[in-house]
Design a protein around this ligand. Sequence first.
Ligand code: SAM
Length: 311
Amino acid sequence: MNSSGPRRTLTDPFGRTVKSLRMSITNRCNLNCIYCHNEGDHGSTGEMTVETIANIVKAAAEFGVDRLKISGGEPLIRKDLEEILSALPPLKDVSLTTNGTLLRGRARSLKEAGLDRVNVSLDTLDPGKFRMITNCKRDILPIVLEGIDEAVEAGLTPVKINMVLLKDINEAEIEKMLKFTKGYNGNVILQLIELMNFRDTAPYHVDADLVEEELLQHATDVTTRTMHHRKKYFINGAEVEFVRPVDNTEFCANCNRLRVTADGKLKPCLLVNDNLIDVSHASPDELPGLLQFAVSKRVPFYGHDTYRQEK
Ligand code: SAM
């Protein structure tokens, strides 16, 4: 890549240029959250090698993709995550989404290996609700909280707390969570996420419009991010982002990410499963063409004809 930017970009037929990769590096997880979509990847059991991961990211970077989000399963289950991070090309932003249970004792080595920041999934500060949501019998909430402290100390900031809103479970906890994040003096940001229905979870769905109205009433300032047109609210010195993926044409219209499944398939869209491109055994020479092919298959799910007909 030269200093004036990439010669080529990955632009789909709807004019959306891919700038970021969301890559699952394992399907294994030590929790079993009641609502989990598992990044839309339900079948794969294989895992990419460090070399395959690095080759995919390097090929994408040649097209100007400069952001990477590492996900799973639980990505920290992979003991070679530091090795993966060290093998990546220079990027603008490398982040990790984790349930935080294995973060304690590892935040510093992740930072040293090249990780910029983490998102920690934390839906509740109530130990009983935490056990219920995650289907985990052990009391591991304190370990997650220690992991968040260590991530802040290691400079994996801003740490984003991913809180999926669940009716009658945690919807009344937004204020408490805001207070919790505010205690970190700007190093921790709350990210509220609207539940997507993947596991017959419709009864837990919270009306996102009502939540936004409530946030708006308390906000001193509101901004809109380019990414998915997400709203950011500033409330009493705390920052809250709201991710609304459901029935949101703007969520798709502004999507600039390409997904990669744990076993090495390019996945053009979270919500579509019949257009995956296997790159697990692709050579560095083949990868650019396969990336372009995958991006040519991207459709805006909401607002697309197929979706409208199904409604
Ligand atoms: N284990 C890691 C974690 O907990 O962050 C990474 C995988 S998890 C699938 C990634 C993110 O997706 C988490 O923040 C989780 O809350 C979110 N998520 C999972 N299922 C969801 C759903 N049905 N609707 C909305 N967000 C969901």
